[in-house]
Design a protein around this ligand. Sequence first.
Ligand code: SAM
Length: 357
Amino acid sequence: MNQLCYIKNMKEILNKAQLTHSLSKEEIKILLLEAPFELFKAADNIRKKFVGDEVHLRGLIEFSNICKQNCLYCGIRKDKQNVQRYRLSEDEIFLFAKHAVSNGFKTIVLQSGEDSYFSTDKMCSIITKIKNLNTAVTLSIGEKSYEEYKAYKEAGADRYLIRIETTDPKLYKTMHPRMDIENRKKCILNLKELGYETGTGCLVGLPGQTIDSLADDILFFKEINADMIGIGPFIPCEDTPLKDAAGGTLELALKVMAVTRLLLPDINIPATTAMETLHPNGRILALQSGANVVMPNVTEGPYRAQYTLYPGKIAVNDSPTGCKEDISRKIIQIGRTISSSKGFRRKKISLYKDFRC
Ligand code: SAM
């Protein structure tokens, strides 16, 4: 195809995406391969139209870096040496949540490795206490049974984040020893069935990952109608089997995120910390390419530096208040506002219907 035809094709695809929120795999691949400016602009327009200018801030507490899994890319994988392992006490978790809520956060995100110390009873007790602060609670604690997810939901958890990481079954198997992609999918579907706002997402730039498989990831997000999608560039981490890998680029991660926004116009999409690690303004670029959520770290003390999924993590020596002020200032500078609501997904179902017929 000559250059002119390609540009025309690209414009047609973007028009179709903005009108129908539905694309074929081939069309998605063209968007992922092409120059990104028009794509980012279209995703930003759709973000504005469907979820507005508000940015939701979610306060992230990284409460344990102990993990029984061995994901090849991860800086807190079980076999990784030179990690100062920690787990916060129930009181510390509650204290950090309390500080974050009094600092204006409307959602607390509790994230950890898969740490069996936190039994169902312990997690439920933590969730119940934090819910008493009148905040939304998001969990990101990995693969659990249906019964465990149900117990957390009954204790008050509102949302759950669990990235599929990649939908390519072969790549998934290589990256996740002794894990099973079908179980990961089952977890996501169980969460949906239990009524959680369910978030998933993928890593961009894993060794062996193709544009074809990234297009499949996006189609998977659409197929399950995820409520939140977190896309992050893979950043190689020392002392892991992938330490010498090339890693993902910010540009490709932003493209995957922007196409996701076009196909799922009313969902919540975070500007991820890994994006900011690759570029000093990465989260703002993401907010201008389809994202509407930021998750500042509200973990206090030395733990911030010890939850190192990859090198170069931002704001490890900053305070939760400093982090929030810094990103809030940048958000306002680009003409956006900080949301004062809990920021649940507001489904625009009628619009979907209109566009589909
Ligand atoms: N254990 C939970 C789970 O499995 O969902 C949550 C913790 S896990 C460390 C959170 C996310 O970190 C993963 O979903 C993965 O995508 C991301 N992550 C881990 N290592 C990374 C790396 N080297 N570069 C970028 N992101 C990474």
